[in-house]
Design a protein around this ligand. Structure first.
Ligand code: BG6
Length: 491
């Protein structure tokens, strides 16, 4: 990133939506507060909201200000001053909306121009075509695509073709916000800036890997989206597979935009396909029913308050998914990678657990294998569990003790939200932490047969009460080989 921020126009389509109000605008405010935005940089929201600049600034003042630290009113006012709003309906013949965008951007063709599409994937192609037709796509333009990129491989390809007809691949930034999380980036540093792990980072020493993204939240108000997404599309195809790639990839030659992504694609292409009858053996899907979350009774998925009533799709959609994956290459042959994600789990916890093998010959009773836990959230940190002797005379008693690195205790600086990092990377034109076309398509290629099998079966997801660690099938999935889920924080 250059020292002096360059002026930019950031156009957020879907600019009054949930993502924009909850994540993008707070992240941009933090960047502004940290001096990372040039004075001339503007944030232009586009939506159907019928708002003008003053209305939008009022809305942000009312809805965002409470969620960010406004310690200095002048900075907040400066941030509000960057905001513009253009009311537009891209599904119709709304030429006045486009004319307003054109007028606002006129004379600023040399600036970095970022189109951030915080909107459903079916709008990506039409938006790009219209922006192009309006003459707004300059050589310095970039487009950011929010996940999910399609519903399957075919629709992802279609979107990639449509967007690719207007923008070069180097201008397309497919965002997966997990890649902007500090601990995720630290995983690369841990693996490739320390010598001791690499010799044991393979099937000779590692028994299995668990990747969990557990959330306590349910899906109130999200039925319209979630019924057609489900945990597999919403979390596994992108976030969990990206984490798997970072754990399993070979050391890249350089820390640059293509080397890391090249290695990630190789991992995705080495995933052993799970097809047909194997789907039932290696995958589990669940849906939460009424239960207790954080001491409070909560409804099941089908009874979540929502404007849209439940349909057939609501009964079939999974709010929990677990998969036993395998990376078929020399380093990882035979090492299961267990992936798991769910809504309304007992605790919020995203972590990667690398479980090492037993010592080859144990001379102490009670020794348990080492474990490396990378905690993404909450309380980001890295912990290596080692065996130690409990103090005392007499029999040697062993106890696993942690060697811990807590980011909050070690680094005093504020941990930025993933979106801050990623938005600044887009403005700097750095795509390293964004997904390349081949990466997204390779992930769908692996997910597709699982979806096909699930959708062809006339079976409902296994129920699990809200506030519990997923359905019984998930425990059987790991239990079959005598393993258990790492339940710390999920007990
Ligand atoms: C989003 C999903 O991509 O990630 C949400 O659409 C999920 O369903 C969210 O809640 C989780 O993100 P985080 O950063 O809170 O783990």
């Amino acid at each position: 990133m250059s020292e002096t921020p360059q002026p930019a126009d950031l156009i957020v389509f879907g600019g009054t939506g949930d993502l924009s109000m909850r994540k993008l605008l707070p992240a941009l405010y933090h960047c502004d507060r940290d001096g990372l935005l040039a004075p001339e940089t503007r944030i232009i929201a586009m939506s159907r909201g019928g708002l003008d600049d003053a209305d939008f600034r009022g809305k942000v003042d009312a809805e965002v200000r409470g969620s960010v630290p406004v310690d200095d009113l002048a900075t907040w006012q400066r941030f509000l001053g960057r905001l513009h709003h253009i009311s537009i309906d891209i599904s119709g013949e709304d030429s006045t909306g486009w004319a307003k965008v054109t007028a606002l951007l006129a004379g600023h063709e040399q600036r970095d121009r970022v189109f951030y599409l915080a909107s459903p994937p079916m709008t990506f192609g039409p938006f790009c075509r219209e922006a192009h037709r309006a003459g707004l796509v300059t050589p310095a333009s970039r487009v950011v695509l929010e996940k999910p990129l399609g519903r399957d491989l075919a629709s992802a390809r279609h979107i990639n073709d449509e967007v690719g007809a207007i923008f070069h691949e180097r201008q397309i930034f497919r965002i997966d916000h997990y890649l902007g999380k500090e601990t995720v980036q630290n995983l690369l540093v841990l693996r490739f800036a320390n010598a001791f792990l690499e010799p044991i980072w393979n099937s000779l020493w590692i028994d299995h890997v668990q990747i969990t993204a557990a959330e306590t939240v349910g899906t109130p108000g999200r039925r319209g989206y979630y019924d057609h997404a489900g945990a597999l599309r919403d979390m596994v195809q992108n976030h969990l597979l990206q984490l798997l790639c970072l754990v399993a990839m070979e050391p890249p030659a350089r820390n640059d935009r293509e080397s890391i992504r090249d290695e990630k694609v190789k991992v995705l292409e080495s995933l052993r396909p799970i097809t047909g009858g194997e789907v039932d053996r290696f995958t589990v899907r669940g849906q939460y029913t009424a239960g207790v979350s954080g001491g409070v009774p909560v409804p099941g998925y089908l009874d979540e308050p929502d404007n849209t009533p439940p349909t057939e799709a609501s009964h079939r959609v999974e709010t929990f998914a677990a998969i036993r994956a395998e990376v078929k290459n020399w380093r990882w042959a035979g090492v299961p990678f267990y992936l798991r994600t769910g809504k309304r789990m007992p605790y919020r916890s995203s972590e990667i657990v690398v479980q090492f093998k037993e010592v080859p010959h144990s001379i102490f009773p009670g020794s348990t294998p080492n474990r490396l836990v990378l905690r993404l959230q909450p309380s980001e940190g890295i912990r290596l569990e080692l065996m130690a002797k409990e103090p005392g005379a007499g029999e040697v008693a062993l106890k696993p003790v942690p060697l811990s690195l807590s980011f909050a205790e070690t680094f005093t600086a504020r941990v930025p939200d993933a979106y801050e990092r990623l938005l600044m990377d887009v403005l700097a034109g750095n795509p390293t932490l964004f997904m390349r076309r081949d990466e997204v398509e390779a992930a769908w290629r692996w997910i597709d047969p699982i979806l096909t099998e699930w959708e062809s079966q006339n079976m409902l997801p296994e129920p699990y009460p809200a506030g519990t660690a997923g359905p019984a099938g998930a425990h059987e999935l790991v239990g079959r080989s005598g393993r258990t889920w790492h339940e710390e924080g999920l007990a």
